[in-house]
Write a protein that binds this ligand. Sequence first.
Ligand code: TXA
Ligand code: MG
Length: 342
Amino acid sequence: MTRVLPASPDSLAEAAGLLDRGSLVAFPTETVYGLGGDATDDKAVASIFAAKGRPSFNPLITHLPDLETAGNFALFNDPAFDLAEAFWPGPLTLVLKRLPQCRLSDLVSAGLDTVALRVPAHPLARDLLRSANVPVAAPSANRSGHVSPTTADHVLSEFTEDQIAAILDGGPCRVGVESTVVDVSGAQPTLLRPGGLAVEDIQRVCGPLAKAGEGEAPRSPGMLSRHYAPGKPLRLNAGAPRPGEAFLSFGGLPGTMNLSVSGDPIEAAANLFAMLRELDAGGFARIAVAPVPDTGLGAAINDRLRRAATPVEDAAPLDDWPEACGAAMPCLAITDPYDDGD
Ligand code: TXA
Ligand code: MG
């Protein structure tokens, strides 16, 4: 049984211990319940994606107890610092440049050089984040395509016991909609997702926000140009490497690196971005990737590999992918430009 833990010092110690050991724990924030896992542990982050059943990897928010801790992971420029000072703890998520020494999983950033950080205001969330020795990656604790949960019961109905170890019960969420996401990694702060903190309040602190889709700004968090792609050409569904190619293998095939020797898609997802980065930095001219079965997290792996194999200039917006890639392409129907389908 997934344990539903009441708010108490014992529960907090138990939940923090589970997170430290790589298990998933759902916990309340002032916006919605989050499905938490150790943000430095590729395997824990991969199991979050597996539990959500999402057919692609959207980068996740990493939750921290305070601004000082957040400074260990990402670069705070002036607008970032001003916004964090004004609104943390609270329903604001900042997308920031990762520091070179950042210990967070590449999967948490979906391979990007940015990371989304947030200091939630819910007292139980803050206690949990202080007790855990790790930063906590947490998307909303719902299965993909379902609405975000605002009570422990909602969360319980979303997942099976082998997916999450425990749910910390903090009663209903005060805000009830997800945090507002602002990208402060570029020249002008940009609104990526409206949410629990009003845009007017944000603009009073940092001036006008660009809207996703205007000028250089990404149209939505799901926009292709935001996705990680290695600098080297990528060849998919390769049975063997050609001369000059690094071979990223899967299962029994020998390769330069292997996503998962045992053919486990969760292990492969955990390794995907870190291995692509390593091969990209290595001495080979191109990268060939072995076929990965399209089941479980394999669908998300193949989604990202297909995007990474397409030069960004040629990339179609997400909505155009079914025609561009054929019916097998797992695809999100995004109608609202701010809706990441998650
Ligand atoms: O209120 C909330 O924000 C809740 C609670 C649990 O904190 N969390 C939540 O997480 O809604 P999630 O994963 O469902 O939404 C994260 C949003 C997505 O729109 C994602 O695309 C965006 O943040 N995001 C995360 N990292 C990003 C990055 N590096 N660049 C651009 N967008 C990013
Ligand atoms: Mg969500």
